[in-house]
Design a protein around this ligand. Structure first.
Ligand code: ADP
Ligand code: F6P
Length: 322
């Protein structure tokens, strides 16, 4: 028989993402509305191991839905990757009467959740990462805000690049995934998009393309380079030397992770947070919430971690064609 859930915890873990606050708010308010006690665990698994746990009331999550970052704080915690750390974490949950935890984060955070589930603490993951690199879901909290932030920044770089008739390489985040680069590449009208999933780029081809475009009178050449490929600064030096055209590299960096979440991020985060609470109440554990084919569903964490996600070849082809 599934254990009765009376008290739940919520934590954010791994890289923060805009919309995490909306998810926390939803977990707290849905939990309270369903008659549960809700505890906020500060600084991810690190805070769990240090017992940074506090009771949450509805007012604790007032006025946060529009804010970037996470009010709970987040961390990467090495100690929790060890068996001793995980056992300590489960013991602390039991000590605080926590029957289930909602873990908002990425793949690494779900591995931690999986370990807690094996130790008797029911866990549900919620996908929170700007990278969109969680295979089981079409949507991750933070991606929409990050691409809009990056797109606006790239528009600005493009203005100055055109005025100076330069070539610009703009590096966007995404760890080993190229979704931010693909979306911005299309939205910003880039001449080239370099993705780690399609590591077939030929620098000489790019150089020839820049020279050909310049002869046709094109005033700029925008290359969106994914972090997973990197080396934008050295690439800029080589391109400038080969083409004779001034080339600058801009690495957008952590600004892509901050800022007020978009409506879409707030909405999906709110729904996913609620789904996670209801999954715990339904006796589920070791699952992750996903948005797939227009529906909110959940997958077993192991199954989710074994799924593969790739860039659709058709979308990549069209991105390059445009
Ligand atoms: P993300 O969740 O964004 O993928 P990380 O990969 O940094 O971010 O993982 C976040 C945290 O999850 C780690 O700092 C660690 O505490 C925990 N974690 C990651 N991998 C494991 C694992 N194999 N076992 C237990 N905990 C893990
Ligand atoms: O996973 C989100 C992300 O911003 C990645 O795009 C990037 O590779 C990484 O986190 C950066 O991590 P940190 O903030 O630790 O430098």
């Amino acid at each position: 028989m599934a254990k009765e859930i009376k008290t739940i915890g919520v934590l954010t873990s791994g890289g923060d993402a805009p919309g995490m606050n909306a998810a926390v708010r939803s977990v707290v308010r849905t939990g309270l509305a369903r008659g549960l006690k809700v505890k906020g665990i500060m600084r991810g698994y690190h805070g769990l191991l240090n017992e940074e746990i506090k009771d949450m009331v509805a007012r604790d999550v007032s006025d946060i839905i529009q804010k970037g970052g996470t009010i709970l704080g987040t961390a990467r915690c090495m100690e929790f990757t060890t068996a001793e750390g995980q056992e300590k974490g489960a013991e602390i949950c039991k000590k605080h009467g926590i029957d289930g935890i909602v873990v908002i984060g990425g793949d690494g955070s779900y591995r931690g959740a999986q370990k807690l589930a094996r130790l008797g603490i029911n866990t549900i993951g919620v996908p929170g990462t700007i990278d969109l690199d969680i295979s089981c879901t079409d949507y991750t909290i933070g991606f929409d805000t990050a691409i809009n932030t990056a797109m606006e920044a790239i528009d600005k770089v493009k203005d100055t690049s055109s005025s100076h008739e330069r070539c610009s390489i703009i590096e966007v985040m995404g760890r080993n995934a190229g979704y931010i680069a693909l979306w911005c590449g299309v939205a910003n009208g880039a001449e080239d998009i370099l993705l780690p999933e399609n590591y077939d780029y030929d620098e000489q081809k790019i150089i020839n393309n820049i020279i050909r475009n310049r002869k046709k009178g094109k005033k700029h050449h925008l290359i969106i380079n994914a972090e997973g490929i990197g080396h934008s600064t050295s690439m800029a030096r080589r391109i400038e030397a080969a083409t004779g055209i001034e080339t600058r590299a801009t690495i957008l960096g952590h600004m892509q992770r901050g800022g007020n979440p978009t409506c879409k991020d707030r909405y999906y985060a709110s729904m996913m947070g609620a789904c996670a609470v209801d999954a715990l109440l339904a006796g589920k554990s070791n699952r992750v919430i996903a948005y797939k084919h227009g529906e909110f569903i959940d997958y077993d964490i192991e199954e989710a971690l074994n799924m593969k996600k790739t860039i659709d070849p058709y979308q990549y082809e069209i991105a390059r064609l445009l």
